[in-house]
Ligand binder design. Structure first.
Ligand code: EZ4
Ligand code: CO
Length: 405
């Protein structure tokens, strides 16, 4: 089964997505997601100019060899753009293999480990009360886990809370440069305990709570936060500290029993090797798109399972439905699956372009029996939504110092 054509389509049905379509000489095609939010055209150029020509004529069944060829073979290993390009190709090849076998990808991975997989929804608000109202909305739909984020009093704008502007960081086509948001660790600490104390007061102890710190703290501050939140029994604290230096998490671990989740911006197993091996974290949050596809995610899950680390894939809307579907198959298989982040199955516009075989019920998702990834992509519909330059925000301290976003 030879690869005949590799198409790279950048479209913007509500937000930008980089989609790869690999077509074989049998007519079977596969789809992959290569979206890197704010750097989409870099991945598209990498794929079109450097990757696609090397794939033509190869056997689409050789997933592992093609992965190694694109990783080791290029000499320049790793990095978000390279790994997203590999991720997109890898997903498309698993999709093809599943279609050729007449089996959903989770069957190729080893079959189902569970009936459905659990999600955590996002509840955000401009005040603690607003956030809890949004949590009630999710709880009423049957969600078993919720991530809570609330605006920080005294700061004009907080990560994940856009007030009446939008409920997520969607396209900023009207603001062509990255928006800037202020940060104050002091003011954050004045708000955060109340959010979780009130959530437990109102919703009791039979629901999982999570929180995303978005890498704003130092290790010792993260230790303090974890300790402060211990009475509220979080499922995990996400991205408490930017851990390019993985050793940083030793400090966090030494000071709190609040479980730690990390990894949505990581690209390879090497970014989390020490974190996992030293058991400094509890959940690994890498995404199939950004970590080099299903092949890489499977290897990371198996490695993590040796250290009691569970998977909790990134589920932001800046991953396309193809990546969400890839996560669905991985989540059905992974014996050490933990929880899946969920912000929705896309918008009205993206649902015109992408189709997927996933069903949401009571805060859990089941994956259908469609062969491959069970996704489809309507190229004609995508043409209606051309690429629009867009950026993620940046974060600054109140004195203007650039901070982690
Ligand atoms: O900031 O997807 O856990 N989810 C997140 C997301 C990320 C965006 C950035 O690409 O942190 O909201
Ligand atoms: Co996050």
């Amino acid at each position: 089964m030879k690869i005949k054509e590799v198409r790279v389509i950048v479209s913007s049905p509500g937000r930008n997505f980089v989609t790869v379509k690999i077509i074989t000489d049998t007519g079977i095609y596969g789809l992959g997601d290569g979206t890197v939010n704010g750097r989409e055209m870099a991945v598209a150029a990498y794929l079109e100019e450097h990757v696609a020509p090397c794939l033509i004529g190869r056997n689409a069944h050789d997933i592992e060899d093609i992965w190694q060829y694109l990783y080791k073979g290029v000499y320049w290993r790793k990095g978000p753009i390279t790994m997203a390009a590999i991720g997109a190709v890898d997903m498309a090849l698993w999709d093809i293999k599943g279609k050729a076998a007449g089996l959903p990808v989770y069957q190729l991975l080893g079959g189902k480990s569970r009936k459905a997989f659990t999600l955590y929804g996002h509840a955000t608000g401009n005040t603690v009360e607003d956030t809890l109202e949004n949590m009630a909305f999710l709880v009423n739909q049957g969600f078993k886990a919720v991530r809570l984020q609330s605006a920080i009093p005294g700061l004009d704008g907080t990560y994940g809370v856009l007030g009446d502007k939008k409920n997520y960081f969607e396209l900023q086509s009207d603001r062509p440069l990255p928006p800037e948001l202020p940060w104050s660790t002091l003011k954050y600490f004045n708000m955060i305990e109340e959010l979780f104390a009130k959530a437990r007061e109102r919703f009791g102890n039979n629901i999982h709570l999570c929180h995303d710190v978005h890498s704003r703290l130092t290790p010792i501050e993260a230790g303090r936060l974890g300790k402060l939140l211990e009475p509220y029994n979080l499922l995990f604290l996400e991205d408490a500290v930017a851990a390019e230096n993985q050793e940083s998490y030793r400090i966090v671990r030494d000071h709190t029993t609040t479980p730690q989740a990390l990894g949505e911006i990581y690209n390879t197993i090497w970014d989390c090797k020490d974190l996992i091996q030293n058991q400094w974290i509890d959940y690994i949050r890498m995404a199939a798109t950004h970590a080099g596809g299903i092949t890489a995610m499977r290897r990371i899950a198996d490695f993590a399972s040796m250290y009691h680390v569970r998977t909790a894939p990134h589920g932001a809307p800046d991953l396309s439905p193809i990546c969400h579907a890839a996560h669905g198959h991985l989540n059905m298989w992974a014996p050490n699956f933990g929880v899946q982040e969920f912000v929705g199955f896309g918008t009205k516009q993206s649902n015109e372009v992408f189709k997927y075989d996933l069903k949401l019920q009571d805060g859990m998702v089941s994956v259908g029996d469609s062969p491959g990834l069970g996704v489809d992509f309507d190229e004609q519909a995508a043409k209606k939504y051309p690429y629009k330059r867009s950026y993620l925000p940046v974060s600054r301290l109140e004195d203007g110092t650039l901070w982690s976003w």
